[in-house]
Design a protein around this ligand. Sequence first.
Ligand code: PGA
Length: 258
Amino acid sequence: MTHTASSLIVGNWKMNGTSASAATLIGEILDGAAALPPSVALVICPPFTLLDRAGRMIEGSVVRLGAQDCRAEPKGAYTGDVAAPMLADLGVHYVILGHSERRRDHFETDAQIRAKAEAALACGLTPIICIGETAEERDAGDAFRRLSAQIAGAVPAEFGADAAGGVIAYEPVWAIGTGRTASREDIESTTAHIRQALAAHLGTDDNLPRILYGGSVTARDAASILSIGTVNGVLVGGASLSADSFLGIAAGAAGSPS
Ligand code: PGA
C-alpha cells in the first residue's frame, strides 16, 4: 500500500550512495522513523543500484521505497532503461517522474512523462510528477501559465489521490539545489494555482492528487512550508542525504521539535 498519511516526506537521493553509505543512512532513518506519528509518511528514493538493498532494509518498517524514473514501455530493447513493472517487482511503491534534471539532461517532454505515469499507474506504482517554472518564467510573470501547461501535458486523466492516484511535486527550477527556497507566500499562491489547474484538468474538485513542495527544503523551513493548507508534503534532495536533516524535516511535519 502507498501512504494515505497527511504529510508525505520524500527523499530524492539523486545519483548518490553506495551500499555502505546507504546502509548507514537507512539504519539511522529507521531509528528515527519509529518515533514519528502515523500522520507522517517517509519515502526514500535511492538510485536504481540501491533499490533492492534499500527495500530489504526497510521491509516491515513505515518507510516506503521510491525510484527516480522509469520508462513507459513495459519491456524491450531499451538499453540502460528500467521499466515500471521491474520497479513494482522490487517492492517499489513510488516513482519520481519528470524531475527538472531529467527534463534538462534527457530532454523529457510532458507527453513522455505522462506516458511514464500511465505505465507506473498500470502496475500499481504511485507517480510523483514534478512540475516547476524557471527563474525567467517567474520573472516574466509566466509561472502559472507554464505550470498549467505542464499539468495539462504531463498528468494522466485518471490521477486522483486514492489508490489509483498520484502526487504532484511543485519544484521551482531556480530553487533546486540552490539553497534558495521559494517564499511562503509564493508557495502558498502557486500551490493554490496548481490545485485549481488540477481540478480543471481532471474535471473534479474531489480526490485531487496530493501536492508536495520541493527546492532546497531544510529542517529549518520545513514546518512553515508544511503548515500551508495546499501543501501535503515535501520532496527533498540534498537534505535527504543526512538522517538528521531528513528526520528534522519529518519532525517539522509532525509539529514536534526534532
Ligand atoms: P534540493 O533538491 O532539495 O537539493 O533542492 C530537490 C529536488 O531536486 O527534488
